[in-house]
Structure formats: C-alpha cells, structure tokens
Design a protein around this ligand. Structure first.
Ligand SMILES: NC(=O)c1ccc[n+]([C@@H]2O[C@H](COP(=O)([O-])OP(=O)(O)OC[C@H]3O[C@@H](n4cnc5c(N)ncnc54)[C@H](O)[C@@H]3O)[C@@H](O)[C@H]2O)c1
Length: 302
C-alpha cells in the first residue's frame, strides 16, 4: 500500500509542471478536429506530431491546413514565410512512436470509448512519464478515460470547438483525478494557442457547452415535431430573438444530427433524467440517414 502511494506521489511530482516546458505537442487523429488543433498549435510555435491510422486522413489534414493558411495569407493575417514556418513545424505519421517526443498529447480520434482506450494503451508505451495527456472528447467521461490511462493525474479534457482555427473557445474539463498542475499547464497551453478557456470543474455529462446547447436544440426539434411553428420561424425566432448567428435547427444541421442525438443520449443515460429524452423527430431523422449538411439533408435540404 505504502509503495503504491509513493508511486503516485512520484508521478505527480515528476510531471510537466509549467507551460514553458512544452515545446513539442502530439495530436492523435487527423480528422476535422485534429487538423485544426495541429494548425493552431503549430501557429503558436509548437512542433507538432500529428498521428492517424489513416494515411489518407493525414494527407487530407495537410491539404486542409495548407488551404486554411493560404486563406489567412490572402487576407493579410499571416505572411507567406510565417505560413511556411507553420507547415514546417507539423510532422505527420501513421506510427505512434514519434509521439514519444511530445510533452503534451491531445487525443482527437473518433468519438468511441473503445477506440480511445486502445489509443491510450499505445500512448502509454511511448510517452515520457512526465508528459501530459488530454482528450478532445465531446461527451465521454474524463474521469473514466483518465482511469484507463497510466497517468490519471496528468489527464484532462481539452474540448476545442469546430472549426478550431476560427472558434475562440476551449472548454477544459477536470476529471476527479486531474492534478492542479495538469489543469494549470493545459490551460496555459490553450491560451498560448490564442484561445479563451472555460473550466468545467466537475466532470458531468455534457460538461458546460453541450449540457446547455443540446437540450436547446432538442427543444427546437420538439417544437417543430409538435407543429408549434415552421422550421424557418423557429430559427428566425431564436436568431433574432436571442441575437445568435444562426437558429437551433440550422446549427443542428451543421453539427450533424447523429452527433446531437448521441450527446442527448449521453445526457439522458448519464443523468438518468427523462428531461434529456431525445425528440422523436431527431431520432427519426437520424434513422432515415438525414444527418444534416454532411448527408445533404437534415432539418433542411442542401
Ligand atoms: N466535429 C466536431 O464538431 C467536434 C467538436 C468538438 C469535439 N469533437 C471531438 O473530437 C474528436 C474527433 O472528432 P472529429 O470530428 O475530428 O472526427 P473525424 O471523424 O473527423 O476524425 C477522427 C479521426 O480519428 C482517426 N482515428 C480513428 N482511430 C484512430 C486510432 N486508433 N489512432 C489514430 N487515429 C485514429 C480517424 O482515422 C479520423 O481521421 C471526437 O472525440 C469528437 O467527439 C468533435
């Protein structure tokens, strides 16, 4: 027992303890979110190792980052030399080994618990003992994920918003085990990437943003289902009535209706409270394959 306790103390005292110790970051998963995280991290001056099991995803990520940098250069937000330097700091690989050089690894792979646990197992074999680990999960319990890593005190949620280079927010989530030092270093790293942070200090389903957003979207779907108003009037009502850039049904089509449904289910099962029950309209649209913009049809047709 005493030796177990001292092992934990050693781990905490040896962890990366200031943002100045970070120079190399790892990003696992090169999809929509991973390429954006690699972009903002490299723009902040970090050397980035971006890893994915799919070589095609890595190629696509490089092309996306190059396209986004080219747009910034065209707008005058960046010089060509700066854009070139950002790309030069991003290294891609299908191998996990290069992530061993990172002091902080951000996991942004597919939203499936089993996939993430397998990734953490592989990372445990290559990451330095003092390195920190963060997950970009939208809905999986940080405490649960942390418990399945070799460094639960050095683990936390780092929830970037989509699209990452544009959205200012990073929602940070503390697991039960997260150390104060981990929280401070990861917060400072997000700020160095130009982001404003908010902290969900309790790891509860939906954290802050999705806890509030998804029931709002679901209620809009339910109002449409009940025939309260047309989809256009629900969206215009909320857009002009609450001064948001788009109405809830348009926003849901952007996010993906399958994602909205999955998060409602996480809230429903996590709180075991019927107030989070998904609207039958949302359930049916997903069953029909009408997933929003990405499938060409959701609440609207594209
Ligand atoms: N899309 C969003 O709006 C959004 C917003 C915030 C957070 N998130 C979260 O970010 C994460 C990624 O979402 P996304 O939208 O980028 O997904 P995505 O499907 O675009 O990309 C996921 C990537 O992970 C890769 N991958 C799968 N298994 C892997 C493995 N074992 N090792 C390495 N790479 C692997 C896939 O090849 C794919 O390229 C999820 O946890 C999601 O919940 C998404």
């Amino acid at each position: 027992m005493a030796s177990e306790r001292s092992a934990v103390v050693r781990l905490v005292s040896e962890q990366v303890s200031s943002v100045e110790e970070l120079s190399v970051l790892g990003v696992v998963g090169a999809g929509q979110m991973g390429n954006g995280i690699a972009h903002v991290a490299a723009a902040a001056g970090y050397v980035v190792h971006l890893q994915d099991v799919s070589a095609a995803a890595l190629d696509k990520a490089r092309a996306t980052i190059e396209g986004n940098l080219a747009r910034q250069i065209k707008k005058g937000a960046l010089t060509e030399a700066e854009g070139f330097a950002v790309m030069g700091r991003i290294h891609t690989s299908t191998e996990v080994a290069p992530l061993g050089a990172a002091q902080l690894v951000i996991e942004a792979a597919t939203e499936a618990r089993a996939v993430k646990l397998k990734i953490f197992e592989g990372l445990g074999r290559v990451m330095a003992p003092q390195a920190l680990l963060a997950s970009n999960t939208s809905s999986i319990s940080i405490t649960d994920l942390a418990a399945h890593t070799d460094r639960p005190e050095q683990f936390m949620g780092m929830h970037f918003m989509n699209p990452v280079p544009v959205m200012k927010l990073v929602e940070l989530i503390r697991g039960v085990q997260t150390s104060d030092t981990t929280c401070a270093v990861v917060t400072a790293a997000a700020e160095r990437m130009g982001k404003t942070t908010v902290l969900a200090s309790k790891d509860v389903p939906g954290f802050i943003v999705n806890r509030v957003l998804m029931p709002y979207i679901n209620e809009a779907a339910q109002a449409l289902y009940e025939g309260v108003a047309t989809r256009e009037d629900i969206d215009t009502g909320m857009k002009l009535g609450t001064n948001v850039p788009m109405g809830p049904l348009t926003l849901a089509d952007f996010i993906g209706l399958d994602t909205c449904l999955a998060i409602m289910d996480v809230l429903y099962h996590g709180f075991r409270d019927s107030k989070y029950r998904a609207s039958p309209l949302l359930v049916n649209l997903v069953a029909a394959g009408h997933l929003g913009r990405k499938s060409g049809r959701g609440f609207y047709t594209y």
